[in-house]
Design a protein around this ligand. Structure first.
Ligand SMILES: Cc1cc2nc3c(=O)[nH]c(=O)nc-3n(C[C@H](O)[C@H](O)[C@H](O)COP(=O)(O)O)c2cc1C
Length: 351
C-alpha cells in the first residue's frame, strides 16, 4: 500500500474517533482505540476457546451442526475475527440460519502488537502492504465439498480483506460455489475487498456483500439475510414492514391479494398512514385495490389483512370479521407488537 493511502486511512480513523466526541491528542486517541480492541479481544477470547474448537471439530469431521433450519445444511459460515466484531455478526448469522460455522485461525496468532496499525512495521500493516503474503491457517477444513453457499466474514484492514482471507480463498475450489462476503469496519466499505476476492479466484457466484458496524444487531443481520437472493431460501413470500425505525419480516399468505402486493412492492416501497381502530388493529388505505377473497376470520396479533379491497389492517389484538389475508408478521409477540404499534396514528413502510 502506498504511503498516501495509509495517510488517508489514518485521517479517516482519526475522524472516526473524534466523531465519538473524543478531544484527546491524536496519539491518545489511537491508544484509546487500541484499548477498546484489547478489551473486546479479552472478552471474546475465552468464549472463542470454549466454542471454536467444537465448531471446528463439527466441521472438520464433516458432521453438520444440528441445524434449526435444515434448508441451510448446504451453507457454511466462515469468518476471521481478531477483536470479536466480525465474530458477533457471524454469531447472529449462525443463529438465523442454523448453518455450520468455521473459524479461520492463524497458525501464528495475531497479537495486539501485530494489529497496532499506527505502527507502519506492525505485522498486519506489513501483510496488507504486500498482496502476495499468505498467512498460514491452522486447523484447515479438509474440504468444502458439502457446501454450496459460503458466507465469508472478515474485518477490513486498510480498506481490504486481511491477507489470511486470501489464504483461505486460495485453499479450495469455489468455481461452483456461491460466496457471500460480509465484513465489519470502523467506517470503510466492503467494495474494495469484493473486487479483490473476485480477482483472486474463480467463484461460481459472488453475491453482493455487506459491511456492518461493529455493534450491528441481529435484526440488522436478519434484514440483510432476508433480502439475499440465495439458495433454498425463497424471498418470494416475504416482505418487510418498517415501523418507528423497526424492520419486521412478514410472511405473505397464499392469496391473490398477497401475490399482487408482493408484485407491486417490486416497483418500490409504499408508505401507509394507519389509524387506530377498536383497540386491536391499525388500519389505513393502500394506494391500490387488490383482489379480494374474503373469509370470516378470527385474527390474531401479527396478522395483516386486506379490508374492503384497499385497506390494510395490522392486528395487535384479535377481531372476527370478513377479511382477505395478506400475511403474518414473523417472530413477534403480542406484547412487542402492542408496544410497537401503540399511539394513535402511525406510519408504516412496506417493501
Ligand atoms: C490493522 C487494522 C487496519 C484497519 N483498517 C481499517 C480500515 O481501513 N478502515 C476501517 O474502517 N477500519 C479499519 N480497521 C478497523 C477494523 O476493521 C474494525 O475494528 C473491525 O470491526 C475489526 O473486526 P474484528 O473485531 O472482527 O477483528 C482496521 C483495524 C486494524 C487492526
Amino acid at each position: 500500500m502506498n504511503d498516501l493511502i495509509s495517510m488517508v486511512l489514518s485521517v479517516i480513523f482519526a475522524v472516526m474517533l473524534s466523531g465519538c466526541g473524543n478531544t484527546q491528542p491524536a496519539t491518545d486517541k489511537a491508544e484509546q482505540y487500541d484499548h477498546t480492541v484489547t478489551t473486546e479481544q479479552k472478552q471474546t477470547t475465552q468464549s472463542k476457546k470454549d466454542t471454536v474448537t467444537e465448531d471446528r471439530k463439527a466441521v472438520s469431521d464433516t458432521v453438520k451442526a444440528d441445524n434449526t433450519n435444515s434448508d441451510n445444511s448446504d451453507t457454511l459460515i466462515v469468518y476471521f475475527s481478531r477483536t470479536g466484531n466480525t465474530e458477533k455478526i457471524a454469531a447472529h448469522l449462525t443463529e438465523l440460519t442454523g448453518a455450520d460455522t468455521y473459524v479461520i485461525t492463524a497458525a501464528v496468532p495475531y497479537t495486539d502488537e501485530d494489529i497496532e496499525y499506527n505502527n507502519d512495521n506492525c505485522r498486519a500493516n506489513k501483510e496488507q502492504n504486500d498482496k502476495s503474503i499468505r498467512p498460514e491457517i491452522v486447523d484447515k477444513l479438509s474440504s468444502i465439498d458439502d457446501y454450496d453457499t459460503i458466507f465469508l466474514g472478515y474485518p477490513i484492514w486498510w480498506g481490504e480483506e486481511p491477507r489470511i482471507i486470501d489464504t483461505f480463498l486460495e485453499s479450495y475450489d469455489f468455481s461452483e460455489k456461491t460466496v457471500i462476503p460480509f465484513c465489519t469496519s470502523g467506517s470503510s466499505g466492503i467494495e474494495t475487498s469484493e473486487r479483490n476476492i473476485a480477482e483472486l479466484t474463480d467463484i461460481g457466484e459472488l453475491v453482493k456483500g455487506k459491511r456492518f458496524a461493529a455493534g450491528a444487531s441481529k435484526e440488522d443481520v436478519k434484514e440483510w439475510y432476508d433480502m439475499l437472493p440465495i439458495g433454498n431460501k425463497s424471498n418470494e413470500n416475504k416482505i418487510t414492514l418498517s415501523v418507528n425505525g423497526n424492520t419486521l419480516s412478514v410472511t405473505l399468505a397464499d392469496t391473490d391479494a398477497a401475490k399482487e402486493l408482493s408484485q407491486k412492492l417490486k416497483d418500490g416501497a409504499v408508505t401507509v398512514d394507519l389509524k387506530e381502530y377498536g383497540g386491536f388493529e391499525k388500519v389505513g388505505a393502500l394506494p391500490w385495490s387488490l383482489t379480494t377473497s374474503d373469509e370470516n376470520t378470527e385474527t390474531k396479533p401479527g396478522d395483516i389483512m386486506l379490508y374492503q379491497g384497499d385497506q390494510i389492517t395490522i392486528f395487535y389484538g384479535s377481531n372476527t370479521w370478513s377479511y382477505t389475508k395478506l400475511g403474518t408478521i414473523d417472530d413477534v409477540t403480542a406484547d412487542e407488537l402492542e408496544k410497537l404499534l401503540s399511539g394513535k396514528n402511525i406510519t408504516v413502510t412496506l417493501s
